[in-house]
Design a protein. Structure first.
Length: 106
């Protein structure tokens, strides 16, 4: 957004945009935490994390990128992702099967 377009926004929108910018500038994009906390030596032993989870959309993108890695300028490809048709029903069936298996274990 250019300066002219920004100035044309209502005052509330300008203030919200500025507040968001101030907040986002404090967050490290590599881990999503505030930089002032992330670099505080007094908090060095306070950080913890959950077990990693697999991002299956990212996995699909990685597989697509792998197919193009030997092409000329592979970084120029953009990948469009989406869920296959009928995914809702298959997801519900998998969830029901998982719940039934968990109930059988208990």
């Amino acid at each position: 957004m250019g300066l002219t377009a920004f100035r044309d926004l209502p005052a509330t929108d300008r203030l919200l945009a500025l507040a968001l910018t101030l907040y986002e500038d404090r967050v490290d994009p590599s881990h999503g935490q505030r930089r002032d906390l992330a670099m505080d030596p007094d908090l060095a032993e306070e950080w913890t994390g959950l077990s990693p989870v697999r991002d299956f959309a990212a996995l699909a993108m990685a597989k697509l990128a792998e197919m193009k890695k030997d092409d000329d300028h592979p970084e120029t490809y953009r990948y469009v992702l989406g869920l296959k048709e009928g995914w809702e029903a298959r997801r519900a069936a998998r969830a029901a099967a998982r719940l039934a298996a968990e109930a059988g274990e208990g």
